[in-house]
Design a protein around this ligand. Structure first.
Ligand code: SAM
Length: 287
């Protein structure tokens, strides 16, 4: 029974461990490809091409693309299917181990497209965020709840660590919903199609990134507390006020800019604490 459900019309058996759900509606595929709007001179990278639902129309429009697919059998199928459509560079690897800098290999930044495997979508997004200097934009299909979290505004129940970490570096555009019925086999969840565009300006300096990420994680694991209480032992009320925030407010009310200013105070206070600790530590005995 299960095998039949996992088998699309042409007999290919979808592998659940790779999150395989294949798009099959022509109108939807056209809508996705139109939103990407691929051009021949661009460096397009598709993550998880599957049986080529997006790959082949993209390839016909841009003439050349790189696709990263973990499933060896699908790679064989795609190589044959792409003959005559354009130049397809297939990378048969786990995308979580692919170095996007090597893929870019020049001045062109990557346009990343993917109907992403849901089981790895969050680690994959963080991996892409870590290599954004090589990325022009990202168009991706995600589980609806993940898409809602990414695009959520402060105060919304969906707003959290993922929203802040993505919005720090990217403008997020929710493009359209995708129903579960658009896939074979049909997933248990609804989906949404998103565009992420890296921001040209750097709002947190590279050396402050670790503190920013640590603070965001710290606060969202205490999201019901006030800032004053959640930050006790790390910074005083006066530092919260200096960051332009209200000590009685709660983490989910803060904007990305608020987090950035608080992170600067967080690392400043830590620096002061560690200088005090080393000044008060007993001197090492002399020989
Ligand atoms: N793009 C196709 C479509 O829209 O019909 C397939 C999408 S399917 C949801 C996800 C695809 O990602 C599958 O082909 C799967 O084998 C591939 N995949 C899953 N995990 C992967 C990984 N870690 N690295 C690369 N590809 C992966």
């Amino acid at each position: 029974m299960r095998a039949a459900r996992d088998r699309p019309a042409d007999g290919f058996r979808a592998r659940r461990r790779f999150g395989q759900h294949f798009l099959h509606e022509g109108a939807l595929i056209e809508r996705i490809v139109a939103a990407v709007d691929p051009r021949p001179d661009q460096a397009i990278v598709e993550i998880g091409p599957g049986r080529g639902a997006l790959t082949l129309p993209l390839l016909r429009l841009c003439g050349e693309l790189t696709a990263i697919e973990i499933d060896h059998d699908l790679c064989e199928h795609l190589r044959r299917a792409a003959l005559g459509a354009g130049t397809l560079h297939l990378v048969n690897e786990d995308v979580l181990s692919v170095d996007f800098a090597t893929l870019a290999g020049g001045p062109r930044r990557l346009r990343i497209v993917g109907n992403l495997p849901y089981n790895i979508s969050t680690p994959l997004l963080f991996r892409i965020l870590g290599q954004l200097r090589h990325v022009e934009d990202v168009h991706c299909t995600l589980q609806r709840e993940v898409a809602q979290r990414i695009g959520a505004a402060p105060g919304s129940k969906h707003y959290g660590r993922l929203s802040v970490m993505v919005q720090l570096d990217c403008r997020v555009e929710g493009l359209f919903p995708i129903a579960a019925a658009a896939f074979r086999p049909r997933p248990q969840v609804e989906s949404a199609f998103l565009r992420l565009v890296p921001r040209p300006e750097v709002s947190v300096a590279p050396e402050e990134r670790a503190a920013f990420s640590e603070l965001v994680r710290h606060l969202f694991s205490r999201r019901r507390k006030t800032l004053k209480s959640a930050l006790r032992g790390h910074m005083g009320e006066e530092h919260i006020v200096q960051a332009g925030c209200e000590p009685a407010s709660r983490p989910q009310e803060l904007s990305v800019a608020d987090f950035a200013r608080l992170a600067a105070q967080w690392s400043e206070c830590r620096h002061v604490r560690s200088s005090r600790e080393s000044a008060s530590a007993p001197a090492a005995p002399r020989d």
